[in-house]
Design a protein around this ligand. Structure first.
Ligand SMILES: *[C@@H]1O[C@H](CO)[C@@H](O)[C@H](O)[C@H]1NC(C)=O
Ligand SMILES: *[C@@H]1O[C@H](CO)[C@@H](O)[C@H](O)[C@H]1NC(C)=O
Ligand SMILES: *[C@@H]1O[C@H](CO)[C@@H](O)[C@H](O)[C@H]1NC(C)=O
Ligand SMILES: *[C@@H]1O[C@H](CO)[C@@H](O)[C@H](O)[C@H]1NC(C)=O
Ligand SMILES: *[C@@H]1O[C@H](CO)[C@@H](O)[C@H](O)[C@H]1NC(C)=O
Ligand SMILES: *[C@@H]1O[C@H](CO)[C@@H](O)[C@H](O)[C@H]1NC(C)=O
Ligand SMILES: *[C@@H]1O[C@H](CO)[C@@H](O)[C@H](O)[C@H]1NC(C)=O
Ligand SMILES: *[C@@H]1O[C@H](CO)[C@@H](O)[C@H](O)[C@H]1NC(C)=O
Ligand SMILES: *[C@@H]1O[C@H](CO)[C@@H](O)[C@H](O)[C@H]1NC(C)=O
Ligand SMILES: *[C@@H]1O[C@H](CO)[C@@H](O)[C@H](O)[C@H]1NC(C)=O
Ligand SMILES: *[C@@H]1O[C@H](CO)[C@@H](O)[C@H](O)[C@H]1NC(C)=O
Ligand SMILES: *[C@@H]1O[C@H](CO)[C@@H](O)[C@H](O)[C@H]1NC(C)=O
Length: 655
């Protein structure tokens, strides 16, 4: 391409023009007051609309900087600057100086957080030049061209005449979201009404006036905060105004709000709430702690990739947070149940629970899951919990990407155990799939390490003996000498271990738990207060059928009663299929057999056909807390198999 030839006069004029521009630019840059402008030259909307440079904001050095800057200066001098630049990373004191009706400017996908008093309003603007600031690659088609192709709520109204002469800019979808981080607190002990919520109103305007829309024509919509979260999305090619209004406080409330607001054109909300899943399972609970695992955290199962993922998220790098609050008449999480910052702030200031987080691959095909041990809970107390995914994680869950503001999942409820008889343990060496409450006693309450060592050492001893026996069977010989074509010694060892761990390390429930499938143990051991369990039934018949039988008056494993001394408790029996599996998998020489009914009922439980209740124990059994507390007031448990165990459907054979 050839450069146009210039006459000497034209060249001199050009040189003069360039120098002038440079001087002005330099002058502007070194005026301390206007650093902000230098960083981001305010462009009136009209200019953007007509400019062929509409996609390159902030313009680096623009064609005609003096004019544009002077525009800004004039506005500043007249005290009427509509576009006072503000930045999310400026501190609140600066932002707090906002004058009435001067909109604060939001940048794409940058959150701004602001205090607001009752009856106050805060006005924000998302200028149309930001609509082209997508920071994600355009993989989802966005409406392009002169015609509206996206069903925006706004565009139902036709354009007024003034726009017809203007070449229409492509519409972009904008996602607006806000979270309440702090809110008024009740001043009365008995709170009957819900926490007053902020409201968000959104409108666009073609004029440069920031005034509220007079007619509903330009209004886009309202998004009342719901549990501390508001969102709204539509398509536009205009400046977008957002106004957050705080209601007047009624009697019984005091304080003010703090909220985060963000607008994004990056294919999703900055703040997200997932109302369809809580993304978590409860493994088990005791009187002062509860163990949870998340669903699968990766959707890929390639060993190498998984290892890499785990490595990147080890230690403090787990992108999840778990928040828990005791259920009371008033709980500080009320009103911010869908707000990440709200839950975080309330959790950190309102209670002294601690959470140990880690990644586990013990549940389900080696796929990584988050594991949380919430500690410091109160005995026999109902809790509401929330899982939140940090926005810096880049993770997509159920199709929702956690943008900068993160993702809060639906809440879940659970109740801690009543006695110190049961204690949650996990992280055993031999029985690595054991993660549930086991028989314990107050003496072991603060000695997890000792308790784990006791059970694990026991299991190691048994496994050692078993491996020795197995080695004597012709296991690894090929062909006809092999004991079974379908099962190998590895299967036998795996199945034996699954069975042994659940038999040797019983799953413990409170004595007061009433589920019919629970089996009482140590029924003749008095409680701490000296009373005898079932002291209301001392009949001869009860003694003969229950009290005097080993199945009831001792633990499954004598060592437990000797060393741990748990007192009376109830056991969730191991599933009978664990026993069937070893009979099927192991060589006949080892002589395994399962007891027949009715004896079997005293040793093994049977899985719930409906998959609703956890009626017996198996490795990887977890409780699904998705079902909210029903009208009956009971927690409804749904059992999920995280570890899939082959269930023997047909008859098992004696060997
Ligand atoms: C617009 O909405 C109509 C009816 O609500 C629907 O049939 C159509 O597919 C929508 N178009 C787009 C592009 O979403
Ligand atoms: C939003 O709420 C305000 C005040 O309640 C009301 O005046 C306005 O009409 C509402 N706008 C829309 C689009 O619903
Ligand atoms: C938007 O808000 C509604 C109501 O609070 C909520 O159900 C929905 O999940 C939110 N959507 C996102 C993506 O956060
Ligand atoms: C979740 O939110 C969507 C849209 O906001 C709504 O249609 C759906 O009914 C909600 N689901 C639940 C379980 O609340
Ligand atoms: C986790 O992934 C495994 C393997 O893909 C799958 O079998 C299992 O159902 C998944 N579990 C959950 C809770 O999604
Ligand atoms: C990964 O998942 C695929 C199907 O989802 C399955 O065929 C494959 O066996 C799995 N690989 C591993 C190592 O679990
Ligand atoms: C998310 O993680 C980042 C980096 O680890 C941290 O700075 C930020 O505070 C976290 N966000 C929330 C809401 O916890
Ligand atoms: C998320 O993605 C961004 C850009 O793609 C990258 O800079 C950042 O390191 C990623 N964060 C994590 C935790 O992987
Ligand atoms: C925990 O139990 C072990 C095993 O009985 C014992 O050696 C250790 O002293 C105990 N630790 C505490 C702190 O009680
Ligand atoms: C179990 O039943 C007894 C007697 O009916 C009752 O006192 C107790 O509260 C029940 N326990 C639970 C946890 O429901
Ligand atoms: C049943 O056993 C209890 C406890 O050992 C004893 O106190 C009671 O007298 C016995 N009842 C009869 C009828 O023997
Ligand atoms: C916990 O919840 C259960 C079931 O909703 C209820 O019966 C019980 O009274 C609650 N306990 C407390 C201490 O609030």
């Amino acid at each position: 391409m050839q450069l146009p030839k210039l006459s000497p006069l034209q060249s001199r004029l050009l040189a003069f023009a360039i120098t002038t521009c440079l001087v002005v630019v330099i002058w502007v840059c070194f005026q301390p007051n206007y650093f902000a402008y230098a960083a981001e030259i305010p462009v009136p909307p009209e200019v953007v609309q007509h400019s062929e440079f509409e996609a390159s904001i902030p313009p680096a050095p623009p064609d005609d900087p003096p004019v544009e800057i002077r525009d800004g200066l004039e506005e500043e001098e007249s005290g009427d600057a509509l576009y006072a630049p503000t930045f999310a990373y400026f501190d609140r004191s600066l932002v707090g100086r906002q004058e009435a009706d001067k909109p604060l400017e939001l940048n794409n996908n940058r959150m701004m957080d602001i205090d607001i008093d009752p009856k106050e309003t805060k006005l924000f603007i998302f200028k149309k030049n930001q609509l082209s600031q997508r920071s994600v690659p355009e993989d989802i088609p966005v409406a392009r061209g002169l015609e509206d192709t996206v069903n925006g709520t706004l565009d139902a109204e036709g354009r007024s005449g003034e726009n017809n002469s203007v070449k229409r800019q492509a519409q972009s979808r904008i996602w607006i979201s806000a979270n309440t981080c702090r809110q008024p607190v009740p001043t009365v002990p008995l709170v009957t009404e819900s926490v007053p919520q902020l409201t968000l109103q959104i409108w666009t305007t073609t004029s440069s006036s920031a005034a509220r829309p007079s007619a509903s024509k330009e209004a886009v919509g309202n998004a009342t905060f719901s549990s501390g979260h508001a969102n709204y999305t539509f398509s536009t090619d205009e400046d977008v105004y957002m106004e957050v209004t705080a209601p007047a406080l009624t009697e019984g409330w005091a304080g003010s709000w703090n909220f985060e607001i963000a607008a994004s054109v990056d294919d999703g909300y900055y703040h997200n709430y997932d109302n369809s899943t809580n993304f978590i399972y409860m493994v088990d609970t005791d009187s002062d702690s509860t163990l949870f695992i998340t669903h699968n955290m990766t959707d890929f199962n390639d060993t190498e990739q998984v290892a890499k993922w785990i490595d990147a998220h080890k230690g403090d790098n787990l992108p999840f947070d778990i928040y828990a609050f005791p259920d009371d008449a008033w709980s500080p999480m009320m009103g911010v149940e869908r707000s990440y910052c709200g839950l975080k702030e309330q959790f950190e200031t309102s209670n002294n629970l601690s959470v140990l987080s880690s990644i586990t691959t013990q549940f389900g095909q080696g796929l990584p899951k988050g594991m949380f041990n919430v500690q410091g809970l109160k005995t026999s107390m109902n809790y509401t919990g929330f899982l939140a995914l940090n926005g810096t994680s880049n993770m997509t869950i159920d199709g929702t990407k956690a943008q900068g503001g993160g993702l809060v999942f639906k809440s879940f409820q659970w109740q801690t155990k009543a006695d110190d008889t049961c204690q949650v343990i996990f992280g055993l060496e031999e029985c690595s799939t054991v993660a549930y409450a086991v028989p314990s006693s107050p003496q072991w309450k603060n000695n997890d390490t000792g308790l784990i060592a006791f059970y694990d050492d026991l299991a190691k001893k048994y496994m050692q003996n078993f491996r020795r026996s197995l080695a004597q069977v012709a296991c690894d010989t090929a062909g006809t000498a092999q004991y079974s074509l379908a099962r190998t010694c590895t299967d036998c060892e795996t199945d034996y271990k699954a069975w042994l761990c659940s038999v040797l390390i019983p799953r413990c429930e409170d004595w007061t738990a009433n589920d019919t499938w629970l089996h009482p143990r140590n029924i003749n051991t008095p409680f701490a207060d000296g009373t005898l369990p079932s002291s209301d039934n001392l009949s001869m018949q009860f003694n003969a059928t229950v009290r005097n039988r080993f199945a009831y008056n001792q633990s499954r494993n004598n060592e437990i009663d000797k060393v741990i001394k748990p007192g009376p408790y109830k056991e969730l029996l191991p599933c009978e299929d664990l026993c069937f599996d070893i009979v099927r998998s192991c060589p006949a020489q080892l002589g395994f057999a399962c007891p027949d009914p009715p004896m079997r009922e005293l040793s093994y439980g049977r899985r719930d056909e409906k998959g609703i209740d956890l009626k017996c124990n198996f490795p990887g059994a977890v409780v699904d807390l998705t079902v909210d507390r029903g009208a009956a007031g009971m927690l409804s448990y749904r059992v999920s198999m995280v570890v899939l165990i082959a269930v023997l459907a047909a008859a098992w054979s004696w060997v």
